[in-house]
Write a protein that binds this ligand. Sequence first.
Ligand code: FES
Length: 137
Amino acid sequence: MLIGPTLSGMARIRFAGFGDIDAPIGTSILEAALKLGAPEGSACGGVCACSTCHVYVTKGADLLSEQEDDEADILDKAFDVRAGSRLGCQAIVRKEGEIEVEISLESIETYENEHPQERGKYVPYAKLRGSAERRAH
Ligand code: FES
C-alpha cells in the first residue's frame, strides 16, 4: 500500500495501527513514535540499555542507520526477535522514503506500565494482532 508523497528531507513512518508521521532525517523511530503518540516503551530513556523500544521494521529498513554491535547485543535479550527487529531508539532515519514499523508487544506493554492512565488501551489490540499473525502462519 502506498503511504503517499514524503516531504523533502523527511521519511514518512507508518506505525501499524497507530498512524503516520513525517520524520526529519536524523530522527529515531522512538522519537517519531513519541511525537505521533504511538505507544512505544522506552524504559532506559533511549540509551540502548533495555529492549523495551523493540519494533519490527516491515518496510524501508534500508532508509535507517545500520545496526551497531551494542544494539544487536541488547536485541539478543529481547522477546520475539524477528528479521526486521530494531531498537527504536537506535534506528535513525538516514534517507527519505517510506518506512513501516510494527511496535512489539513487549514495547507496548512497557508503554502501558509507564503510562498507567492508559493501561488496557493498547495491549489487547497488540495481543489480537499477534493471534491473527499466528493463525496466518
Ligand atoms: S529505550 Fe532502552 S534500548 Fe531503546
